[in-house]
Design a binder for this molecule. Structure first.
Ligand code: SF4
Length: 328
């Protein structure tokens, strides 16, 4: 098994105040260990919508206020309503953005927030009425459907971080082949990702296998469009904690004749301990990788399931256990 496959660099949009610039309203930036570890492996596309619409640094804070049924972005200290500036900047930015493989937004910001932004009844009240997306974040979520979009707070959850990275690096790999590849490259991509897809969705794996077989004689362009749509679908939700066990059982089938009974029993016990949340998945993955090295299987060695993104971005620990992986 190769020690470290090379990965094409995903293009990731990011709120600029996360690790990159002191552009928050008070001149601060936000620290993120995830982004610190990620930045050497990706091309970041930073954006600060509030600075881009001319609010400056430092600036008085803005908030989302409900007027009737409409959400407005206002600056309580000045009474300024910047909704139309923000809408037009956002549309223009997203029109010019080009292809990205993921987006990391600043949590809880009235502009960039993805999920947990306070929405107020007016500019003075300190109690929020509701929570939702920021004005820029909402459009990012709407326009980038099928692409991983997360905020930096949620990416502290190792399961969500792993899911984000798997999607971003897999979609980047596919984008590379879509730009320059032919049918042989599509077959190769599908072959290398077979067990990763099996972990995510057996249904989509089957569909994608039929796309690659191309029994209807579609053009390469149509094949790639169909494959991309179902690949995005396959990766849309995190896999269940038992799904990697199913994949590892398939892998075990390659070597079960060559293994000593005690060794096979030890591996099966390890899988059960993972299911019981007593050891992390990485223990079972390491065992399987050692069998691949010892018994030899180029096919399994090439599977992205074992390493869908570069090592060292996530700190994988005991929290990688089965019950933990079903959280949120
Ligand atoms: S949250 Fe968005 S708008 Fe606010 S400082 Fe960060 S990048 Fe700029």
């Amino acid at each position: 098994m190769p020690a470290g496959p090379s990965f094409p660099r995903p293009r990731i949009g990011i709120s600029r105040c996360i690790e990159l610039d002191h552009c928050r309203y008070n001149g601060d930036s936000i620290g993120s260990e995830f982004v610190r570890r990620l930045r050497d492996h990706v091309e970041l596309v930073p954006v600060c919508p509030e600075v881009s619409i001319g609010l400056g640094v430092p600036r008085d804070p803005i908030r989302i206020v409900l007027r009737g049924k409409e959400r407005h972005l206002v600056q309580p200290s000045t009474g300024r309503d910047v909704t139309s500036s923000m809408v037009s900047f956002t549309n223009d930015f997203l029109d010019r953005l080009g292809e990205v493989d993921g987006f990391i937004l600043k949590s809880r910001s009235p502009s960039c927030g993805a999920y947990d932004v306070r929405i107020y009844p007016d500019k003075a009240n300190s109690a929020p009425l509701d929570r939702g997306s920021g004005m820029f974040g909402k459009r990012v979520l709407e326009r980038l459907q099928g692409i991983p979009v997360e905020d930096e707070a949620r990416l502290r959850n190792i399961k969500l971080g792993e899911h984000f990275l798997t999607r971003a690096f897999t979609l980047r790999g596919f984008r590379e082949l879509a730009e320059s590849g032919g049918v042989a490259d599509l077959v190769d991509f599908h072959t290398r990702n077979k067990y990763l897809l099996m972990m995510y969705s057996q249904k989509e794996l089957k569909y994608l296998g039929n796309v690659v077989a191309n029994r209807s004689g579609l053009s390469v362009k149509d094949l790639i469009l169909d494959y991309r749509s179902h690949l995005r679908n396959a990766l849309s939700k995190p896999p269940r904690c038992t799904s990697p066990v199913n994949v590892l059982m398939h892998c075990l089938g390659y070597f079960s004749e060559q293994m000593r009974p005690q060794e096979k029993e030890f591996f099966l016990q390890s899988l059960q301990m993972y299911k019981d949340a007593r050891i992390p998945l990485s223990v079972c993955l390491s065992l399987m990788r050692s069998y691949i090295i010892r018994f030899g299987s180029d096919y399994l060695a090439s599977q992205t399931f074992f390493q869908p993104f570069p090592e060292g971005i996530l700190e994988v620990g005991i929290t990688d256990s089965c019950d933990w992986r079903e959280m949120s």
